[in-house]
Every structure is written in C-alpha cells, then in structure tokens.
Design a protein around this ligand. Structure first.
Ligand code: NAD
Ligand code: UDP
Ligand code: UDP
Length: 312
C-alpha cells in the first residue's frame, strides 16, 4: 500500500485514476482547485478512509508526505485553457516546480501528464517521441503547448540536476464518462449536441484527423508507466492508433444516437493541428501496453453516461 498524490484528481482522467488506485488498495490524496474538475467525479470516494480530498492550487507550495505523485493538474480543453491563459501556463510551469520540489524533498517517484500538443501541428506522421514538434510560441494554444513543453524540460532538469525518479507520458486525445459536458472537446461536444437534437459543429472542413483512446486504456498506461523499471523515464506516447476524420466521428455519433441532428460547418480555430496519431511502439516495447478498447465500444459507454447525466 502506497500513499499517492493525484493532482487534478477531481478531473476527468484524475478521477478515474483515483478510482483505480483506491481499488488497488492504495491511500490516495486527491488535490484539485476545481477549475475544470468537479466534486461529482469523486463524491463516491469521499467516505472511503483511504481517500482524502485537498482543495489547493498547484501554483502554490504544499507540504505533504507521499510515495508517488501523478501530476495531472491543468485544464485540458482549448475553451478552458484559453479562458485564463496566464493561469494555464502558471499551472504547468509553477505547478511542475512545486510538485518536483515536493518529489525532491520526499523522494517520491513523479509522473507528468504531458500531451501530444508537444508535437504542435506535426510535420511527421504518426508522431514518434524523438520528433521535436512544430509549435507556435505566441498563438492562442501556446499557453498550454509551451507550458507543457516547459514542464517536460523541468522534469528532465530535476532528474539530471537532483536525481529525481521521473516518468513522463504524452497523452493523445482521450475520452469517456466524466468528461465535462461543456468542456468543448470534440467527443463530448458531438455527443451532447446529438442527444439534444442540435446540429454537430464541425470546425473547418472536418478532414482533420485525431485518434481517440478510451479512458480505461489510458489509466492502464499511467499505472504501467508509474510501475516501470527505474531507468525508463520516457517521454512515452500513450494513445490509440485508429485515426478518424472529424467528419467520420460526427457521422458515427449521429448514427449511434439517431435523432434529427445534421452537420454544420463553422470556422476552424487558429493553429488547429491537421493530423494526429501516435506511434506507440515505445509503450508496447517498454511497458507491454497497447489500447484494447475500440472507438465504437468507447462511444457507446460515453453516450450512455451522457444520457444518464443530469447535467445536460
Ligand atoms: P480535466 O480538465 O478534466 O482535469 C484537469 C483537472 O486539473 C481539473 O480537475 C482541474 O480542476 C484541475 N486543475 C486545473 N488547474 C489546477 C491548479 N492550478 N491546481 C489544482 N488543480 C488544477 O482534464 P483531463 O482531460 O482529465 O486532463 C488531465 C491531464 O491530462 C491534464 O494535465 C491534461 O493536460 C492531460 N491531457 C489530457 C488529454 C485528454 O485527451 N483528456 C490529452 C492530453 C493531455
Ligand atoms: N515545494 C513544495 N513542497 C515541498 C517542497 C518544495 O511545494 O514539499 C516547493 C517549494 O516552495 C519550491 C519549489 O517546490 O518553491 C521547488 O522546490 P526546490 O527544492 O526545487 O527549490 P527551492 O526550495 O530550493 O527553491
Ligand atoms: N472540433 C470540432 N467540433 C467541435 C470541437 C472540436 O470539429 O465541436 C475539432 C477541433 O477543431 C479539432 C478536433 O475536433 O480539430 C479535436 O478537438 P479537441 O478540442 O477535442 O482536441 P484537440 O484539438 O486538443 O486535439
């Protein structure tokens, strides 16, 4: 049994991670400032003696005694991370410094939730970890992309300078129950629109691609990375390799939900990556990890969640 800190623990991925760690018998400290997360995601854990909720902003120092840290605190959807860009970059950079300081003091192993946005609008496809990326440093997505890039730098500098035990995963688009219904990401947007008989908003012409990983697969990847051999730091890509255009995704969701929704085309946001798909050979070779859940199965589970959710 370990004492494990999950920052961003009341968010979409964080709350699923807390569930898994509690089920495995660990003591979990869930830290969140509830910017995009919700108490609803972790209410079912509140009575558990192995679970503790801490309302805190990672940009401020905090002193805790832990064995492992999963650093997930950061808004993830463009609408939210662009609504307060200065806070977004502070969360990535100052948050990483504080969590690395905590890991340095306690000797805890620390995992960073990095992102495929490290690759920006990629010029090579699929994306491998050795690719350095094509990122705009001054655009509306930069607060997130450059913040996450700087956090990776800090992780590797703390490792080189102070010998920290670090793990870095680069997460590609992940979806599932507990996504925020209004967080603007494509899967939740399309499902909520279709359930409400509204038209699905495709940004641009819809031929841009993404590869969608179901949340349970992603959490398996986090746990395997955290428990991996001590020399393996990453960064390692985690994501699904099945690539779809946004038009294909929209049509799939309309077909599954039925109703009268059509597709409406609206303006493409600035710097929207055109293609994205991970090369996951490193994760497979080092962690024995690859996703098992298809987009169709994952969408059905997610649609059921949004159908039952009182929030829409
Ligand atoms: P989310 O928005 O649901 O969760 C993020 C959580 O962090 C929220 O609970 C939020 O309240 C909390 N948070 C934000 N700023 C904070 C701060 N300053 N202090 C404390 N808590 C703070 O998003 P998610 O999809 O669960 O993403 C989790 C992590 O995974 C993020 O770091 C994100 O960048 C990364 N990621 C996610 C995806 C994805 O597709 N879901 C893809 C790439 C990377
Ligand atoms: N820190 C923290 N919790 C701890 C240890 C450190 O929040 O348990 C913060 C601390 O406030 C500092 C940051 O982490 O600002 C970086 O710590 P480090 O030891 O690297 O830097 P220093 O304290 O030497 O500036
Ligand atoms: N997108 C869309 N309609 C929406 C929301 C998003 O067409 O209602 C597009 C968006 O422009 C991008 C893709 O879907 O090309 C994935 O967007 P998301 O915000 O989910 O993730 P990210 O851009 O970070 O990969």
């Amino acid at each position: 049994m370990k004492k494990i800190l999950v920052t961003g623990g009341a968010g979409f991925l964080g709350s699923h991670l807390c569930d898994r760690l509690i089920n495995e018998g660990h003591e979990v400290l869930c830290l969140d400032n509830f910017f995009t997360g919700s108490k609803n995601n972790i209410t079912h854990l509140l009575g558990n003696p192995n679970f503790e909720l801490i309302r805190h902003d990672v940009t401020f120092p905090i002193y805790l005694e832990v064995d492992q840290i999963y650093n997930l605190a950061s808004p993830a959807s463009p609408i939210h991370y662009q609504s307060d860009p200065v806070q977004t970059i502070k969360t990535s950079v100052q948050g990483a410094i504080n969590m690395l300081g905590l890991a340095k003091r306690t000797g805890a192993r620390i995992l960073q939730a990095s992102t495929s946005e490290i690759y920006g609008d990629p010029e090579i496809h699929p994306q491998v970890e050795s690719y350095w990326g094509n990122v705009n440093s001054i655009g509306p997505r930069s607060c997130y992309d450059e913040g996450k890039r700087c956090a990776e730098t800090l992780f590797f500098d703390y490792e080189r300078q102070h010998g920290l035990d670090i793990k870095v995963v680069r997460i590609f688009n992940t979806f599932g129950p507990r996504m925020h219904p209004n967080d603007g990401r494509v899967v939740s947007n399309f499902i909520v629109q279709a359930l409400n008989d509204k038209d699905l908003t495709i940004y641009g012409n819809g031929i841009q691609t993404r590869s969608f990983c179901y949340v349970d697969d992603m959490i398996d990847g986090f746990l395997k990375m955290m428990e991996s051999e001590s020399g393996f730091k990453g960064p390692v890509n985690l994501g699904n390799c099945d690539e779809f255009t946004m038009l294909e995704l929209a049509n799939k969701i309309i077909k599954k939900i039925g109703g009268n929704s059509k597709i409406s085309f609206v303006t493409l946001p600035t710097d929207d990556p055109k293609r994205r798909k991970p090369d996951i050979s490193l994760a497979y070779n080092k962690l024995g990890w690859k996703p098992k859940i298809s987009l169709d199965y994952g969408l059905e589970k997610t649609i059921n969640y949004f159908r039952k959710s009182s929030k829409i």
